[in-house]
Write a protein that binds this ligand. Structure first.
Ligand code: NAP
Length: 246
């Protein structure tokens, strides 16, 4: 059996670790190539786009793959759509492996929006001190709101960040801790946090810190996923793979 894992997330890395050495599955991990120095995966891998759904279908057919695990980020909308299209065309089983979305609890002051553009708009006209944790590819949407002071946190150095005239950049990768997140927000005088609804434990502490400090949060809702089964636990994905042996 051959499995293709669409990656770029900690879920994909965990699955790759779990499948390392499984010569019966001959897994391949596919990365988009956005992270500048990714840690070398423990299984066979390839880097870069396929050339749309057709290109992915060609890759799947040429490689003799039997099933696909879409473990891309919940905001990787195009890749997930292409995976659904390519697998439907080849009648290959496909499952999404992702973290559940976050949910607001008592004391949370969340405004939910549909896009980074809407998030920039939701910050309002009055200058505010904003903690921007939306990932470097979504930063350009905030250029329309240059009146705010931005504390920007990304994994890799973003291009074109000078479009935000008043910014401070922190390069860091989770997991983060609520205590340190609260200290950072206090020190930086943060008045509002902006985040995607990425889900998962590694970056959740910023939301807990915001609640503790009474700071409002603008949350960018996930794009609607294609109609494929979704699993949240590694064990369930391993069982799904076993169940789809040809
Ligand atoms: P996207 O908009 O859905 O995808 C754009 C294009 O990038 C796809 O059409 C595909 O090119 C290529 N691509 C994406 N994921 C790929 C993969 N795993 N393997 C090979 N090609 C891939 O994706 P994105 O939002 O730019 O995200 C890119 C990568 O970063 C993904 O792997 C995702 O898991 C990861 N990531 C994204 C976010 C986020 O907030 N969007 C956050 C953390 C990590 P072709 O059409 O040429 O095949």
């Amino acid at each position: 059996m051959r499995i293709l894992i669409l990656g770029g997330t900690s879920e994909a890395s965990a699955l790759a670790r779990a499948l390392a050495g499984r010569t019966d599955l001959r897994p391949e991990l596919s990365l988009a190539g956005r992270t500048r120095s990714p840690a070398p995966p423990p299984i066979a891998y390839r880097i870069g786009g396929f050339g749309g759904a057709d290109g992915l279908a060609r890759h799947l057919a040429a490689g003799g793959f039997h099933a696909v695990v879409d473990a891309t980020h919940p905001f990787a909308e195009t890749m997930s759509r292409n995976a659904a299209e390519a697998c439907a065309a080849l009648a290959l089983p496909l499952v999404a492996f992702t973290r559940p979305p976050w949910a607001a609890g008592p004391g949370d002051r969340w405004t939910t929006v549909a896009s980074a553009e809407e998030a920039a708009d939701a910050l309002g006209r009055k200058p505010r001190s904003v903690f921007l944790t939306v990932g470097r590819l979504s930063l350009p949407a905030f250029a329309v709101a240059p009146q705010h002071r931005y504390l920007v946190r990304t994994i890799d150095r973003p291009d074109g960040i000078d479009a935000l005239p008043d910014h401070k950049l922190i390069l860091a990768r989770g997991p983060f801790e609520a205590k340190a997140e609260a200290a950072l927000m206090r020190e930086e005088g943060i008045e509002v946090l902006v985040s995607k609804d990425s889900g998962g434990a590694a970056t959740r502490p910023k939301l807990d810190a915001a609640r503790e400090l009474g700071i409002p949060v603008v949350i960018i809702r996930r794009p609607a996923p294609p109609d494929v089964p979704v699993l949240h636990e590694l064990e369930s994905v391993l069982a799904w793979i076993e169940a789809h042996r040809p």
